[in-house]
Design a protein around this ligand. Structure first.
Ligand SMILES: [Fe+2]
Ligand SMILES: [Fe+2]
Length: 360
């Protein structure tokens, strides 16, 4: 394959991955099946990973993009229609990208471009899994919207409570000895992580619509966070089920979704979600590591240890981008957003991880 053809294929594939990434961010919010939503979010993050890797490759080859093309892919259509039809379309596009990567690899030939070969092969390892998981959901059939609970434009496969009636699990040390109470607590946390998947997908779409100088860098960071949140949801759901809880048997509320949506600007939303909500979540997770270890549930304790490490990065992400994008100094922004958070949805009395500010 000649150099110019290789560059052309690379740019086409990059555009296709970018477009699918945006579509997946939009479409996953219209589904309500817990594991399907995480599957689509993971596929979105993988598509963005390919797009970012091909962008780095393109820059290394000194191949430019036409003006405005870096982020100006048109988002086709609007979300709507039957979930089964929408999922079939997504499944077809994931398979089309899989074939395109396979074809590019076969035509590239060995040792022509080892870096590109490695990029495509490592992407395929993850993507083959995504394609298979989505195809399995297509066969199984997603739950259609009328059979799901809905609130604020989102869907869930369990009872949805009014945000003001949110369940708050404040378990003491002894409560943690009871496996069923632990399972309920961990299951509720799994749905909180699922709300983070929706919030981060929404932030990505807003950053893209803003088309600012910061959009592309912020989207890359949010794409990595999207993968983390989907993984957290899955890890916690697995633990809740291992402790005997059927996922979806406890009602949940979308209070974090409503809270973040109540702020108009991206900088305020980043402070509300990544700095305040996730700061509180980070400290709660750190406490859970100890409490679960003390009652002998080492596996659950380990899950929270993994989550805590990621949440520290998400708080730093929020601080970094809110500092860059906010019209106010960070301290003033955190103060004004914090006041509104206290009015709408006061977080539990756990200190926000202020030490993360040092890493911004
Ligand atoms: Fe998380
Ligand atoms: Fe997070």
């Amino acid at each position: 394959m000649r150099f110019l053809e290789r560059c052309d294929r690379l740019i086409r594939l990059r555009d296709r991955a970018w477009s699918l990434f945006l579509v997946l961010c939009r479409e996953q919010s219209g589904f309500g099946d817990f594991h399907l939503k995480t599957t689509l979010a993971i596929a979105a993050a993988d598509a963005l990973g390919l797009c970012d890797a091909l962008d780095r490759k393109r820059k290394a080859l000194r191949v430019g993009l036409p003006e405005g093309r870096a982020s100006a892919t048109t988002l086709p259509g609007k979300r709507g229609g039957q979930n089964s039809k929408r999922l079939s379309k997504l499944s077809l596009e994931t398979q089309a990208i899989q074939r395109e990567v396979q074809d590019l690899l076969s035509r590239l030939g060995p040792y022509v471009d080892l870096n590109l070969e490695d990029t495509l092969q490592s992407f395929l390892v993850r993507w083959n899994h995504d394609v298979q998981a989505i195809a399995e959901w297509e066969l199984l059939g997603p739950t259609e919207a009328p059979a799901l609970e809905a609130d604020g434009g989102l869907y869930r496969d369990c009872q949805l409570l009014e945000p003001k009636n949110k369940l708050t699990f404040r378990l003491n040390e002894d409560d943690f000895r009871d496996a069923s109470l632990r399972a309920g607590y961990i299951g509720a946390n799994a749905y909180l992580e699922l709300a983070s998947v929706d919030i981060v997908s929404d932030l990505i779409l807003q950053a893209w619509e803003a088309q600012s100088a910061h959009s592309r860098g912020l989207i890359s960071d949010l794409g990595r966070q999207l993968l983390d949140e989907a993984r957290h949801a899955e890890l916690l759901a697995d633990r809740a089920q291992a402790l005997g809880m059927n996922l979806g048997h406890v009602g949940v509320s979308l209070h974090t979704w409503h809270l973040v949506r109540s702020f108009p600007s991206l900088a305020e939303k980043l402070v509300a979600q990544q700095v305040i909500q996730e700061g509180v979540g980070l400290d709660a997770s750190a406490l859970n590591i100890l409490r679960l270890a003390r009652v002998g549930d080492r596996e659950s304790s380990e899950v929270y240890a993994q989550i805590t490490a990621d949440e520290a990065n998400h708080v730093s992400l929020g601080i970094r981008w809110a500092t860059r994008m906010g019209r106010l100094p960070l301290d003033s922004l955190v103060e004004s957003v914090g006041r509104k958070v206290q009015e709408i949805d006061p977080p539990p009395d756990i200190p926000v991880a202020v030490e993360s500010a040092a890493s911004r």
